[in-house]
Design a binder for this molecule. Structure first.
Ligand code: 28G
Length: 649
């Protein structure tokens, strides 16, 4: 066989491989949207991280260029350029054009990173209109380039000798194929967040992100003439990650606990710190991938953590009258980062972000048990702070349970303990009974006068009810407005809630059509979603939709829910001069008759049934707006500053 035919055969095989990637890109990178696009960068950066983990590289530079390309440089050994025996081509060309030739599948070298899909740089090449690589190694600068994944004829060249003291390394620059991706705009802050995370997870590696001036200027929305740049390097690794996560929180001890160990080539690294928060935030990574669905490393950590804290609390007699601390008590307000590196990670779950390797559970558990146990012995102040917080959480959990039971027993006593503010209906049949939860005493008064008392009950709610995000359930239940609502509904709360006991099968939230009204509705929905979810699931929760406008013309009145409807009425029904338009600013502006006619009378009114999704959306918005995390809140407010964004139902 001549060399030419041999080469030709190899070439055909190569093209087939990459053609498959171009045909079904989503199979390799997840999607062809913005996520998939950014995945290309991660795939290339991961190769540089591997070179850093192998100990040969400590600097990585990512640049968003003005022509829509991205380049990644490292100061590692440089991708080999010598002739690959099997393919008779430069090694770099094989790596760039043969699917899975990067080393992950065909060689057992210790490579721990590799993006979520771990598909290798040839996939990036296949999905790029153009890709150029520059390599400094073996005393020279080398170049090669590719067109839609195919080697450009004669492109591989030795450009020049390396200068005295010039570092070795690799630069890969690629132009994503706009025929494959829905968008080819790289987002600076998306890359920034991932690169920061990678810098935390790989201590000592310096990662720089820059955009060329024009790459910034071209975006119409943000004018940053000089182009942004960021540099991340954390000698303290995940210890600094925990400090970063706790930046906006009140910590219970100054030291960040840190330990690391490895067994059977599996490396376990953990950093943690207790905070005053109610929410815990534990982040688990496997081979630098955020395992959002958890997995064996997380399970092992949790088990050992609960045991170590309980053991210490028992030995030091810190449990007070409690029997033991539950895992959820120990994790309350705990910030932790768990990072494992495994030579052959198995990812499972819906989004392939759950670590499946079963041996990791035992290893993480035993490492945590030993190292955290030792840490506690050597740092009794820190250990005690963590135990005290867990004890407090356990007591609060017990108190909440008692409060639930108490509320339930009280509501079982029925009408004698019904709240004084409640104007109950005459009917005792829940299927026909309605409870209007009304914002403000004045609207409450109108509703009481306007209602049909046979089946409609009214509960006025004052202003803004308690911030349920910031308080544990026992504190929420101390709030008068909340208690009145729970008692009126009559079915308990929390784990004790029993939807069979509701006194009304329609709970109708009647709030003003303004920001405050929307806020109160959001608060109520959050309360229902968190503590009485079966009520929402059963479809018993509704929002009243009072009209915004009333149009009067020659003795007739017409109500309109929207501005457009108002205009249509004026257009269709009114013929010129004596048209009166009234805008209802709040429920309080309507007299009892108007309120009945427009909003309460089953014949005319419009109700919106609240779905679990509606309530979940309210809950989510509430968490962002009221939670302690400053950045997401700022972002949220920046993104949607208008009142219209308040759960618009
Ligand atoms: C700049 C963008 C992303 C890389 C290297 C270095 C080596 C390498 C890369 O080898 C093939 C398989 C195992 C040896 C390895 C250099 C050993 C010796 C390397 C990168 C050949 C891959 N000298 N740096 N690949 N190995 N940086 N940065 O992609 O047997 S990829």
């Amino acid at each position: 066989m001549s060399r030419d035919t041999e080469y030709g055969a190899g070439q055909i095989q190569v093209l087939e491989g990459l053609e498959a990637v171009r045909k079904r890109p989503a199979m390799y990178i997840g999607s062809t949207d913005s996520r998939g696009l950014h995945h290309l960068v991660y795939e290339v950066v991961d190769n540089a991280i591997d070179e850093a983990l192998a100990g040969y590289c400590d600097h990585i530079e990512v640049t968003i260029h003005d022509d829509g390309s991205v380049s990644v440089s490292d100061n590692g050994r440089g991708v080999p350029v010598d002739t690959h025996e099997q393919y008779d081509r430069p090694a770099v060309e094989v790596i760039m054009t043969v699917l899975h030739a990067g080393g992950k599948f065909d060689n057992k070298s210790y490579q721990v990173s590799g993006g979520l899909h771990g598909v290798g740089v040839s996939v990036v090449n296949a999905l790029s209109r153009r890709l150029a690589v520059e390599i400094k190694r073996d005393g020279a600068l080398w170049r090669d380039s590719f067109d839609h994944g195919e080697p450009e004829a004669g492109a591989f060249e030795r450009v020049r000798d390396l200068r005295e003291g010039e570092e070795t390394g690799t630069t890969v620059r690629f132009w994503p194929d706009e025929e494959i991706f829905e968008t080819v705009d790289f987002d600076f802050s998306t890359l920034e967040n991932r690169l920061r995370e990678l810098a935390f997870l790989n201590s000592g590696v310096e990662i720089r992100l820059a955009e060329e001036p024009d790459a910034a200027g071209e975006r119409a929305d943000e004018a940053v003439p000089e182009g942004r740049s960021r540099e991340f390097c954390y000698e303290g690794g995940i210890r600094e990650f925990v400090r970063y996560l706790d930046e906006t929180k009140t910590v219970l001890h100054d030291d960040v606990i840190y330990y690391t160990d490895s067994q059977d080539d599996i490396e376990v690294e953990v950093a943690l710190q207790a905070t005053e928060e109610l929410q815990g935030s534990i982040h688990a990574f496997a081979n630098n991938i955020n395992t959002r669905e958890g997995g064996t490393h997380l399970t092992g950590f949790k088990t050992a953590l609960t045991r170590v804290v309980n053991d210490y609390a028992g030995e030091q007699n810190l449990l007070d009258d409690l029997d033991s601390l539950k895992g959820e008590d120990v994790r309350e307000g705990l910030t932790a980062v768990i990072s494992v590196k495994h030579p052959d990670p198995q990812f499972e779950g819906q989004t392939k972000t759950k670590l499946g390797n079963s041996e990791v559970r035992g290893i993480t558990e035993s490492v945590t048990h030993e190292k955290l146990g030792t840490y506690f012995e050597e740092h009794p102040d820190t250990a005690e702070a963590i135990v005290r917080k867990a004890v407090e959480a356990a007591k609060a959990r017990k108190a909440a349970k008692q409060a639930e039971e108490l509320t339930r027993r009280k509501s079982a006593l029925e009408s004698t303990s019904l709240p004084g503010k409640l104007a109950d209906c005459q009917s005792r049949d829940p299927t026909e009974s309605e409870l209007f939860v009304v914002e403000g005493d004045s609207a409450g008064g109108s509703a009481k006068q306007g209602r049909d008392r046979r089946f409609q009950a009214i509960l006025p709610i004052k202003g803004k009810i308690l911030n349920v995000e910031k308080h544990r359930l026992d504190r929420v239940l101390e709030n008068d407005e909340v208690r009145a609502l729970i008692t009126a509904i009559g079915a308990g709360v929390g784990e004790e809630f029993d939807v069979e006991d509701v006194r009304y099968e329609r709970i109708i939230l009647m709030t003003d059509a303004d920001v405050d009204g929307a806020h109160i509705r959001t608060l109520l929905l959050t309360l229902f979603y968190r503590h009485m979810r079966p009520l929402v699931e059963a479809g018993y929760v509704y929002a009243a939709k009072p009209p915004l406008y009333r149009v009067r013309y020659r003795g007739e009145t017409y109500d309109a829910m929207t501005e457009a409807e108002r205009d249509r009425i004026i257009e269709e029904k009114c013929d010129g001069n004596p048209t009166q338009v009234q805008r209802f600013k709040g429920l309080g502006e309507m007299n009892p008759d108007q309120l009945w006619e427009t909003t309460m009378n089953p014949e005319n009114r419009v109700l919106k049934q609240i779905t679990v999704e509606d309530a979940a959306a309210a809950d989510k918005m509430f968490s962002v707006l009221m939670g302690d995390a400053v950045e997401p809140r700022k972002q949220f407010i920046k993104d949607r500053a208008t009142e219209a964004e308040w759960v618009d139902i």
